[in-house]
Design a protein around this ligand. Structure first.
Ligand SMILES: [Zn+2]
Length: 429
């Protein structure tokens, strides 16, 4: 094996036009860090002048070697746990036909770039894992701005996804994103069939969502069968106008959340200092919101506030009986939980169509919302689909945001999410 062959192997270079001579390796100290510096040469006989298209073969005298572009610095993957740099002398050529010069190229590194394609691929592979970018930069021996540049280059958006096809069963939701998103919330579209992200848009405003979906032709939009979404009313009108055949299904989880928030606000209203049960109502908020079927009814534990042993059920029974409005609101909340959990549409409808005079104003408001959206809410009972997958994906997004200590640029965050979820694979083969 020749020295060149051997060195290429070490550096993972496949291009045989890159050669090495003896003494090609030097260990340099930069800022107290030892760095391996390889010195190589890139040269070959060109096939064609990139400027005028003149072929070398037909006239070998026309294109001549014309010195070197020396010491082009390329950061490459680490060798033996040392940061490694390749200083490459690139052959220059002169085309006598058009009197222009050009430099030799290699697939080891793109022209005008300082990072080898190998390193770039290694960075992209790391970006597919849930690890902080700071760590990725360090591991690959590049600056964080270089990592950002790689993210930039792969976050160029493909406007139309999936050959212009939309998911038949779609979930939509919004999440708090980066500061450069419009209205600070991003809009996420999930393909419920393959349980993955379809796309993320940097605005959740109706006009922007409309613009987004209208890029898909009407006959494609007409193929969408189901859309799961939260209880945000403006979305319903919009989705109806965009997807005339789709059945809109409010997410069961969001229905519960509305009722849950109403009960919690009812409790908080009672948490004023002069209320003798102030500390207890403040302390046991979680138990009050819990599904009463899941409360422990047998195991007694010492409760400091009560100065005695009590079960969870006894605590809740005591607390809701301290106030009539809280009691009534609690019962309605528990019935809603039960009806949704058991998919009992009858119970739910009898609740929202009942009198409910004694419940708190917060629960009255929640029930008004339910009544207002009754024709959609029944779909949540009639169909299995819900936004559970979307919620799960939102959790992944939260982890991504957390591991990168927050993103300033929406495009970077999006690219990272798409990489981690396996929806983007920009690695050159
Ligand atoms: Zn030429």
């Amino acid at each position: 094996m020749s020295l060149s062959h051997y060195t290429r192997n070490i550096l993972n270079i496949k291009d045989e036009n890159i050669t090495f001579e003896e003494d090609c390796l030097e260990i340099k100290k930069i800022k107290d860090k030892s760095i391996k510096v390889f010195h190589g040469k890139l040269s070959y006989t060109p096939e064609v002048c990139p400027n005028c298209g003149c072929l070398y073969e037909s006239n070998p005298e026309t294109i001549i070697k014309y010195g070197f572009k020396k010491n082009c610095k390329i950061k490459t993957t680490r060798v033996g746990n040392f940061d490694t740099i390749l200083l490459l002398d690139k052959q220059r050529f002169l085309c006598k036909y058009c009197n222009s010069t050009f430099t030799a190229t290699t697939d080891f590194v793109d022209s005008h770039k300082q990072i080898s394609n190998d390193t770039r691929n290694s960075v992209i592979l790391d970006l597919m894992d849930k690890i902080p970018e700071k760590y990725i930069s360090k591991k690959n021996n590049i600056s964080s701005s270089s990592t950002n540049k790689i993210l930039d280059s792969i976050s160029k958006d493909n406007l139309i996804k999936n050959n212009g096809k939309l998911p038949e069963i779609m979930g939509i939701d919004e999440f708090k994103a980066t500061k450069d998103t419009i209205s600070k919330m991003a809009f996420i579209i999930v393909d419920q069939t393959n349980k993955n992200i379809f796309d993320i848009n940097n605005s959740r405003l109706s006009t922007d969502i409309e613009k987004y979906f209208k890029r898909y032709p009407k006959n494609e939009r007409d193929k969408v069968k189901f859309i799961t979404l939260d209880l945000y009313k403006p979305y319903y009108k919009l989705m109806h106008s965009l997807f005339k055949n789709a059945i809109l299904i409010p997410d069961r989880f969001h229905i519960v959340i509305q009722a849950r928030n109403a009960l919690d606000k009812t409790r908080i209203k009672l948490c004023y200092k002069s209320n003798p049960n102030y500390t207890k109502l403040k302390k046991y908020w979680k138990l009050i919101l819990k599904d009463k079927r899941e409360l422990n009814k047998t195991k007694k534990k010492y409760q400091k506030c009560f100065k005695k042993n009590m079960t969870q059920e006894e605590i809740v029974t005591y607390l809701i009986n301290t106030n009539n409005e809280l009691y009534e609101t609690y019962q309605i909340y528990q019935s809603i939980l039960y009806s949704i959990d058991t998919k009992n549409k009858g119970i739910f409808l009898s609740i929202i169509n009942g009198k409910n005079k004694k419940v708190s104003k917060y629960m009255k408001k929640a029930i008004r919302t339910f009544k207002d959206m009754e024709k959609y809410i029944v779909n949540a009972f009639d169909y299995e689909y819900s936004n559970g997958i979307v919620e799960g994906i939102n959790n992944v997004i939260k982890q991504v945001k957390h591991s990168a200590c927050g993103y300033r640029k929406f495009s970077h965050m999006k690219a990272r999410i798409m990489l981690i979820k396996g929806l983007l694979n920009p690695i050159k083969s």
